[in-house]
Design a protein around this ligand. Sequence first.
Ligand code: MLT
Length: 258
Amino acid sequence: MAGPQRIDVHLLPALVEPQQLARQTVVVIDVLRATTTIIHALAAGAASVAPCLELDEARRIAAGEPPGSTVLGGERGGLPILGFDVGNSPREYTPQRVGGKLIVFTTTNGTRALLCCKAARRVLIGAFVNFSAVCRVLRDETEVSLLCAGTNGHVTREDTLFAGAVVDKLTSSPAARWILNDQAEIATDAWRSRMKGSTGAGTLSQALRASCGGRNLIATGQEDDIELAAQIDKLDFVPELDLTSWRIVRQASGLSPA
Ligand code: MLT
């Protein structure tokens, strides 16, 4: 890489103007659970994911597709939506249910964060389950933003930790010359102080359990999803949002198939 590279973390969508993301490669992060679920859905063979803001929009898109070709998925308040086929648990997105299908998907915070990225150059989907694949793609990018979805306008620990893990990894290469914003420094400090020197997944799942999203999942009896979200590098590809069709597709960036 000839010149310095820049990586900004935005701990909430409200902390960045959509125009600031122009020309950037943006990684959207909603570890618990939207981005973890999108990655699982595509790993299970879904054809693509259409992120939507509103329930009616999701129903309308599904109704415009050939019968049997779509799966309506998502949550409100962390719970499945009445009349939808699946909720927002990664474990619901099985090959039998989603193979070859278009997932029309709406969640409270994750799909909302994607909407801030219309001006971006590239939009990628990140979570701990594809951590190394994300880092591998970003190594060659010059202007990167890590956009945390947060929860209902509040910064969340789970998304901050993932952003910090990515910055930590990218900046640890001796040849790297990354310029960071202060939120990137804060996220990296959070990751290092919580995780450095630990044995990995167990500690991560403890940290996720104590996060905002983790507490919400425990309160609604969905805590198994926390363990799934803590499986670092379970999958080796980075989904990408096609900004023209507004569909998220599986991007073959990994070295080995998932
Ligand atoms: C969201 O987008 O708000 C989340 O993914 C919530 C959830 O855990 O279902």
